[in-house]
Design a protein around this ligand. Structure first.
Ligand SMILES: [Ca+2]
Length: 338
């Protein structure tokens, strides 16, 4: 941490204008007073505003993390190795036993298989072990005051204040990542408002400390994006020897409607029967499943690497986090938690 901070400060000593150009000219206290007026107009409780704004200051560490560019990009294999460690798989298997009843109740109502709920939980926060311990309000206020993406984070901050006003979590316990992703499923406040669930019926949607609310919230999110529990995420496949000749005809004819960043590298969707006719097979050489699913093909490590047929459920995982590596990591972990 010290080493990284040192790097950060020497960077800004060398290039001070980068920081200066992006600074907010308005004093923080004045900015906060204006925000308070807007928050009160939007129905945020004055008592909550007194509590959270009393000693609120921007957190330089948040800006530091926001500005930090990754020093290298992980390859697909490095990503998978890091996310699917033997300990994460074992811990996931143990958690599925420990919370067997809770998973079963959520799966029955939300129609999402427990292994996918557990896989997202495992990849987001190592099954709740690493939900982040930074103040969500302070992180969001810092990023909302910073001009770079002020509008987005101001909206998230107002949503966070609404969650506190509604009493889902005490002010002191609203912890999360430096970017404001909250609790065990790492929901942004706007996602919380849209998807978080009070499954145990105590009146609070508690994604921090109530596991069954966490599971139901993840499941509800997937369900809202079309999840089907008679379908898995997809599978690794063998391609026919002439696949390079087929590729031109498999290109998408229009821009993907959501998550373009990840879906742009997929082929267009064909039925499994069509893929079967083109010569695509399961990894062991067997025929593809006889199911009426649409699937797009993706090769996350390029033409020489693994090939996957991905179903509509894969697209629901991408709505949780728009990254092929992420969705493949969740799919592989879910397979290991079967
Ligand atoms: Ca609850």
């Amino acid at each position: 941490m010290r080493f990284l901070s040192g790097l950060f400060f020497s960077y800004f000593l060398l290039f001070p204008t980068v920081w200066a150009q992006q600074e907010n000219a308005q004093p923080f206290a004045e900015w906060l007073a204006e925000l308070r007026v807007e928050a009160e107009e939007k129905g945020i409780s004055a008592d909550i505003l007194d509590q959270v704004f009393a000693a609120l200051e921007p957190n330089p560490r948040v800006i530091e993390l926001d500005r930090k560019q990754p020093e290298f990009t992980q390859t697909y294999q490095q990503y998978l190795t890091a996310r699917l460690s033997p300990i994460r798989i074992q811990r996931g298997q143990e958690k599925m036993v420990e919370y067997r009843d809770a998973f079963a109740r959520v799966a029955a109502e939300k129609k999402v298989q427990p292994r996918f709920i557990a896989a997202i939980w495992g990849i987001e926060t190592n099954y709740g072990a690493t939900p982040g311990n930074m103040s969500v309000v302070q992180s969001l206020a810092t990023l909302a005051y910073d001009p770079r993406r002020a509008g987005y984070f101001r909206n998230e901050l107002l949503n966070a204040l609404r969650i506190l006003t509604e009493g889902h979590i005490p002010v002191a316990d609203m912890k999360g990542s430096w970017a404001g992703a909250m609790g065990q499923p790492q929901f942004m406040p706007s996602s919380f408002n849209d998807y978080a669930q009070d499954f145990d019926g105590d009146g609070r949607r508690d994604i921090w400390l109530t596991e069954i609310d966490v599971f139901a919230s993840i499941a509800h999110y997937l369900k809202r994006y079309g999840w089907r529990d008679d379908m898995t995420w997809g599978r690794e496949v063998l391609l026919p020897a002439n696949f390079a000749e087929l590729e031109e005809g498999l290109k998408q004819t229009e821009e993907p409607k959501s998550c373009q960043r990840a879906l742009r590298s997929h082929t267009r969707q064909l039925s499994l029967a069509e893929w079967q006719d083109l010569g695509v097979r399961r990894l062991n050489g067997d025929d593809l499943p006889d199911a009426d699913f649409q699937a797009s093909l993706v090769r996350p490590a390029g033409a020489a690497g693994s090939a996957y047929l991905t179903y509509d459920n894969f697209r629901a995982i991408l709505r949780y986090n728009c990254s092929n590596f992420y969705a493949l990591g969740v799919g592989h972990l879910a397979d290991r938690l079967r």
